[in-house]
Every structure is written in structure tokens, then in C-alpha cells.
Design a protein around this ligand. Sequence first.
Ligand code: 2HA
Ligand code: ZN
Length: 301
Amino acid sequence: MGFFDSAQEVLDKGVSAAKGAVSGVAVEQQAFVKQFVRMCEDGWQQGWHERNGGNASYRMSPEDVQSCKGFFYDTPSSWVPLASPLINLAGEKFLVTAAGSFMRNVPLDPVSNIGIVEVDDQGAAWRIVWGFKGGGVPTSELPSHLMVHAVRKDVTIGADRVLYHAHPDNVVAMTGVLPADARAFTRALWKAMTECIIAVPKGVAALPWMVPGGTDIARATADAMIGRSACVWAQHGMFASAPTFDEAFGIVHAVEKAAGVWLKAQAAARTLGVEPIEIPDEGLRAIATTYNLPIDDSMLD
Ligand code: 2HA
Ligand code: ZN
């Protein structure tokens, strides 16, 4: 069953009305929800979320679930099967943006533009337990989000919780001139701006253009992010994974800034007829040593 068939099924079955009287701090007022909403708003302010571009998800902690579950729907949506089970996500709950929602509207109306999905105890299906008011469903990139969460939860021993997908224009422009290759992107970005190797010490993965929203791009991204916290999607945008909202946003922010510097320097060097000056490999090694960074050494000559 395709995603949109599944989504339609969710819509058809409908989601029951929220509980009438529950005590406690409303979901929208929880600290993790406020941070999620702030990340969406900040990304919009940066210009990374034209129209319905971009999406985000957060794997809730047991404490988050505890403080929200009193607000979950009495009757959740029907279960929607995953393309293949993600056993290490069994029972996990995720706060995610809604399909088709505009990031700029998330702060204005969180309960319509975001929602919580629960994964079943086999890691084989998901259902809506809160939010998506007015018939919404989770982001079209839910397959990518869940597959990448499964990988990152594993490789970071549960530390990574936030996944952020944005369309930052300098990163996208860079994919018009560099091959979709982790080493090519990582070296260009690291060498353009000192801070970049600190933000992404394992470098960035890069995938060629693919159809968004499906399981092919999801699998490719999950594989690419086994060893890296960021992945560039050619002619599209990028994904970042981190333990916190600040760090996920910070990865995109630093990579996008380095991409902008790289593009400007390359263009100016060409105009002036000079060779661009970059941080040498020994300089990058010295940053790694000084700041004790767990860099991917294979990115250096
Ligand atoms: O949410 O960004 O990749 C819209 C997208 C799809
Ligand atoms: Zn996108």
C-alpha cells in the first residue's frame, strides 16, 4: 500500500475528538513541543521552508510520553503499515510535522500542523494519537524519518532524537556543481569555514537526486546516515540528526553557511582569476586535535 493510500485510510477512519477534561500541562505547552515549534519557526525565518517545504520529527522520551498521554485521543487512528518493520522503534512515539503543512504556520496553530504518532509493539505500523487536527496526516517524508530514526537510535545508543529536513538554498545550489559524493561535499564544506568540521565531524553524506517521499530515498538516507549526522539531497535539501533541537538546527545552519561561503568564494575566485584559498588538510587535522573531534579521517588526504 502506498503512503497516500494509507493516509487516505487514516482520514477515512478518522481520529476521535480529543479528551474533554484532562489535567496537566497541555501538549502544546510542554518544553519539547515548544522547542520543536521554535525550530520550525527559526527554519522559516532563515528562508529554508518555502511553501510546504521541509519537515521535522522528534522521538519522545519516556518522560515526554508520561506528561502527554493524558491528552492522547481516546480512539487513535487505524494502524498504517510500514514498508518494512523497524523493530527498534517498537512502542516509540514521535512528534512530527503534518503532510502539506507550511512551517510558517506551525507556531500559529501547532495542534493542526503537528501531531504525535505511535509505533506498534512490532515496529511494523504507526497510528495517530494526538494532533493533526482537521484531518491532517504525518509528513510525506515519514518513511525517511522513521528509517533514519531507527538507524540513528541504534548507532548513537539512543542519544539522537531530533530529525530535521530543510531546503537551505546554498546547500541546494552546491549540488548543482559538485557530484553527490560524501567526500567531495565534506571537503568543500570543511575547508570553506572553520566551524563546519566542528558541527559535522563525521562530514556530510550526499545522495543524487531521487523522488521524495518514498521508501527508496528513505533507505538510501538511512544507509548514508549510519556514520554521519547529516545528508544532502541533490537539488532538494538536507537532513540532520542530533540529540537536541539546538544541535539539529545548528547542523543545518552551519552547513548552509559554509555552503554559502564556498559558493561565494568559488565564484569570486573565478571572476578574479585566482585560486580559491581553503583550510589545508593539516589545518583540519589540527582543529580536530585541538577540539578532540571524532572526525572521519577518510575525508582528509
Ligand atoms: O515536506 O520537503 O521533501 C515537503 C518536503 C518533501
Ligand atoms: Zn523536502
